[in-house]
Design a protein around this ligand. Sequence first.
Ligand code: AMP
Length: 281
Amino acid sequence: MITYESAEDLSLKIRHLQDKSLKVSFVPTMGGLHEGHLALMKLAQQKSDVVVVSIFVNPTQFGQNEDLNKYPRTLEKDISLLETLDIDILFTPSVEEIYPSNDLESYELGFLDTILCAKTRPGHFNGVAQVVNRLFDIVHPDIAVFGEKDYQQLMIINLINKNRKDDIKVISHEIIRERDGLAMSTRNQYLSFDDRENAKKIYQNLLGIKTDFLRGIDLDSSIKKAKDNLSQFSKLDYLEARNSKDLTDIDNKTDEIILLCATYLGETRLIDNLIFRRKNV
Ligand code: AMP
């Protein structure tokens, strides 16, 4: 594995590989790697000749009172995981390398930046847009891989990518979970013993809503029941059902529904989602 800290050197290297007709894929991360990240990388390996992984904790996507300073930085462990997977290129830029000027662009993200996580984390998706645009400018991969755990982020990245018009193919990977169903997340390590025990109930409640719905039980009432359950051990931010295609509200014709949830266990904000098809549609 070759590690680059310089954006210019990395760009040159990748152009050189692409000139030789090698297909390059890219997996951006903030480090604190776990099996969820590794699944994205394995998919990238299947789809391309060269895999580039970035580790960069992007300050512009963290709000004032969020966990930027305590976000896990585990570079040595991350590097050994990447080496086990035989990743080709690692990019570990400094903040100055990603944002050489303080004059940062502001992006118009429309409807997607008004719902769900955008309400509680104003400016978060603008920060995501800044870093993804900058990373795409540097790496210019043929393929970029993102996880469906951050579903709203994935929709926003699809929008950014459509606006860029430079032919990067964005693909996604389903959520990787712990054995008890909790969606893997770098932030899970913040959880106390009791909160970690309770955290598995997030997915259990999403599954409960799906099961109820497929049995013909009214969606609103099972969402209400799940909200009550989640509120017993966490401070619920949102739990909503939306159209998985574009995160608009569902109606009778919506064939694929996504349940999306964000909740605080102590200080730790966890998100999860579950997609299912309506029966007989
Ligand atoms: P992060 O390092 O948290 O910014 O995540 C980097 C990438 O990994 C993003 O595309 C995430 O959606 C993805 N990711 C994080 N956790 C999971 C998971 N449990 N399953 C699938 N993808 C994930």
